[in-house]
Design a protein around this ligand. Structure first.
Ligand code: ATP
Length: 794
């Protein structure tokens, strides 16, 4: 393993900036290969690149580069290093969430003081929050659905009357211009909401939520502002005719609802109800976000399953199930009222593929379905590869806000033109009444007939999928479907990643349903008695295409079975998804993982990389470690917090000298240090100080999650001379490992327990190193199964 060596001090010297002057706890280490914070070096490099006047204690960075760093802090694609260098890099800027409980003396005191009624109240509140998450997520889904329906009605009614008139008056160009204008305006609104409102609201949000649940702090991903931009943005991008669906964004919206409601306040609006204070920790919030994501899935598909969560347990599963059911029920209830049939609760999700009367199959069908899985895997891999190249291109050249807006409206206009050209050129006509569509367009068809190509393009993509699955035999021709499928695939590939909220499920299903139906029609022509229903093949094609693109298995199986309402067809769907995943995985990762990789996020996968059992903690850890003493001077804490970007510091006792390290006592986090400095808990060694100045965990939760920065602290010279007893606030028993521990075991600890810091000790209980998520995320398996180490970018 090729570990970058050197110390933070030498990195600072190389960068020409003064390093932290605190030498006391940084004993020179001869323990294995000393990595000494490669990330720190990267950060120093960034600072030095940008004309750094002074580094510590007051960082003053001049010029626009600093502005860029600040401006981009909420964007998903922080760095576009991949695009620039083509190298695989990880971004050091994504911080971690702390999913491990800090069991310090304040926590123990709070735990002791709780009565059984307190515990019941907390549990009741937990259920209440999950109920609220379900209700609010369902209501949001209802709002989106109704708004899309109403806006789409206006758009397609005008478009239809214009088209019908222009066929006779030879003014089709005006109909085309109207179509472009509609798409342009709606998509411009969606894009403005994203570009100027909240950039992290772009896309489906699924990769970002997956990262959040994995323990990565994606800036602004669960903010109220993000929710507003996402919800309004998605309805305009769907009505704007883009090849997008509203289902993925529902999952993101549900997650934001989960994160927001559980905290009982909206930090952006400085609004605090003062309730659910107990839930103001990363671990609690994560569970509510999981509930919200599941409620979003349920509202979207009527199926309470998702594969995004990284941490799971039985109690949580039951509560999440409750949120999902509540969300489905709320949506069904509200839609029933809206449609004037209040007792009808048969609309559990935003999409329903309609009931199939007959979905029978035999072994021959299964074999054909498996072959369709191969096609789905191949075309999914093609979709992902094209999208990857486009994303790289986009992050290299489409970086300005104007550029992003222009791209969005360009895609909208081209979608309108392509749709128009397809309807104009593919002249397949069907008798009226054979399709459920609200606005059948006649185009050049004789009276009593309508254009079946218009049936696909002249309605929302969900409705088009339903048409492909259920329209009678003979509605579509193979050439028409091919003519639709290819341009739509290219447009959908281009659309995913444009700066608008957009879901990928529906366009994928639509592409798959189109070619699947084509296969069904072909088989029906060859063997009319055996393959009677092309709708069945459309369903399999849809599953294959979606599976080939997103590579989810369990949740997609359940979602598709749920959406078809036929459990007996579960096995073929599963087979197709499995084959599509295997084939697709051969060529690369699924689209969500691909976007996570492109954003250089240090995500930890489920399993440790292969051949990591022989790598020891020494090769992974940072050393020497910046430590604090139990009774520590305020000036030194401030100095370290200003000089070091780290978020965790081991607390040690004993003398430090060459070859010796402090004896491990506990771990204190940056946020804890900032809080206690802010509260001026300077005891100066007085054992009675805490009796006179009682503090509790509530004082720390009050500022969660937006802790002040060290520069915002206002400390006098006299304050700096005082000292703090860290023993009361540190975690006295965090997870730690011996320096001989293997990378594989460390990985499992992080993954299983949601750790942020892991202290490495030697057999004398002395701190010899520290491992964080980024130290682990660097290690990846190559295609041949070897271990490789990625570099970090600032
Ligand atoms: P996170 O960013 O995940 O919230 P963090 O900021 O504490 O955690 P990282 O940014 O992951 O830590 O750490 C960057 C590098 O610095 C890693 O290689 C890590 O091992 C090292 N590091 C972290 N804390 C310390 C420390 N107290 N002393 C020395 N090196 C550290």
């Amino acid at each position: 393993l090729n570990n970058p060596a050197g110390t933070a001090a030498s990195a600072a010297a190389a960068a020409g900036v003064p390093a932290a002057s605190s030498s006391r706890p940084r004993a020179t280490s001869d323990y294995g290969s000393i990595r000494a914070s490669a990330l720190h070096q990267a950060r120093l490099r960034i600072e030095s690149d940008v004309d750094c006047v002074s580094y510590a204690p007051d960082v003053t960075v001049e010029g626009t580069e600093r502005q860029r760093l600040v401006d981009n802090s909420g964007e998903w694609y922080f760095e576009s290093q991949h695009a620039v260098s083509g190298e695989e890099l990880l971004s050091a800027k994504f911080e971690s969430l702390d999913y491990d409980t800090c069991e310090n003396s304040l926590w123990a005191a709070e735990d002791q003081s709780r009565t059984v009624w307190d515990l019941r109240r907390i549990e009741l509140c937990r259920w209440l929050v999950h109920l609220l998450i379900g209700v609010v997520t369902g209501a949001i889904a209802f709002f989106i659905d109704v708004c899309i329906e109403q806006l789409a009605k206006v758009k397609y009614r005008y478009m239809k009357s214009m088209l019908d008139r222009c066929i006779f008056h030879d003014c089709l160009i005006y109909a085309l211009l109207l179509w472009i204008a509609f798409n342009f305006i709606f998509v411009l609104i969606a894009s403005c909401l994203t570009v100027f409102g909240e950039p992290v609201a772009a896309g489906s949000g699924i990769p970002q939520i997956k990262c959040f649940l994995n323990g990565i702090q994606v800036p602004r991903v669960v903010r109220l502002r993000t929710l507003v931009c996402k919800v309004l943005g998605v309805l305009f991008s769907v009505v704007g005719g883009l090849a997008v669906g509203k289902e993925g964004p529902m999952i993101h919206s549900g997650s934001v609802v989960g994160a927001g409601l559980s905290q009982g306040r909206a930090a952006s609006f400085k609004f605090d109800l003062g309730i659910f204070e107990y839930f103001r920790t990363d671990a609690e919030k994560r569970d509510f976000v999981s509930g919200g994501a599941a409620a979003g899935v349920a509202a979207a598909f009527g199926a309470p399953v998702g594969e995004g969560a990284s941490f799971w347990n039985q109690g949580l599963t039951w509560r999440i199930f409750f949120s999902s059911m509540t969300s489905s029920f709320t949506l069904a209830f509200l839609l029933g009222f809206y449609r004037g049939i209040p007792n009808d609760l048969s609309n559990p999700g935003l999409i329903s593929f309609g009931k199939f009367d007959k979905l029978d199959y035999d072994l021959l069908h299964l074999a054909i379905f498996a072959c369709m899985g191969v096609v789905g895997g191949l075309s999914g891999a093609l979709f992902n590869t094209l999208n990857e190249h486009l994303t790289k291109f986009r992050h290299r050249y489409v970086t300005s806000k104007l550029g992003q807006l222009t791209e969005a409206v360009l895609v909208a206009s081209i979608t309108a033109v392509t749709s128009f050209v397809l309807i104009y050129t593919v002249r397949s006509c069907q008798p009226l009444g054979s399709d459920q569509m609200e606005y059948p367009v006649q185009m050049y068809c004789p009276d009593g007939k309508f254009s079946s190509m218009a049936a696909l393009l002249f309605q929302t993509p969900e409705a088009a999928v339903r048409s492909l699955l259920h329209d009678p035999v003979g509605t579509y021709s193979v050439t028409g479907l091919i003519a639709f499928c290819l341009p739509y695939l290219l447009i959908a590939t281009w659309t995913y990643g444009v700066m608008v909220p957009s879901g990928l499920f529906i366009p994928s299903l639509l592409i798959g349903a189109a070619w699947g139906r084509g296969v069904g029609i072909g088989l029906n022509l060859l063997f009319p008695t055996h393959f009677t229903d092309p709708g069945k093949f459309a369903l399999i094609g849809a599953a294959a295409q979606l599976g080939g693109i997103v590579r989810m298995t369990i949740s997609l199986s359940v979602i598709l079975i749920e959406a078809t309402g036929n459990v007996l067809f579960g096995l073929p769907i599963m087979v197709v998804l499995m084959v599509a995943k295997w084939v697709g995985d051969y060529f690369g990762t699924g689209i969500y993982d691909m976007h996570i990789e492109l954003a250089s996020v240090p995500l930890l996968p489920w399993e440790p990389p292969s051949r990591s059992a022989a790598v020891s903690a020494q090769a992974v850890m940072s050393s020497p470690v910046t430590c604090l003493y139990r009774q520590e001077r305020v000036s030194r804490i401030v100095e370290i917090l200003r000089a070091e970007p780290h978020n965790g510091f081991p607390v040690v006792s004993g003398d430090l000298g060459p070859g010796t390290f402090g004896t491990f006592e506990g771990l204190v986090t940056r946020n804890q240090l900032i809080c206690l400095l802010d509260m001026r808990l300077f005891d100066d060694g007085d054992p009675n100080f805490h009796l006179a100045n009682p503090v509790s965990l509530s004082d720390f939760r009050r500022v969660y999650p937006r802790f002040p920065s060290v520069r915002q602290l206002q400390l006098s010279e006299a304050d700096l001379m005082k000292s703090v007893d860290l023993g009361r606030y540190m975690n006295p028993a965090p997870y730690m490992v011996l320096h001989t521990c293997s990378l594989a075991r460390i990985f499992r600890l992080f993954r299983g327990l949601g750790l942020r810091h892991l202290v490495v000790i030697d057999h004398r209980n002395q701190v010899v190193g520290l491992v964080t998520r980024k130290d682990l995320a660097r290690f990846r398996a190559t295609h041949t199964g070897d271990l490789k180490e990625l570099q970090f970018t600032g």
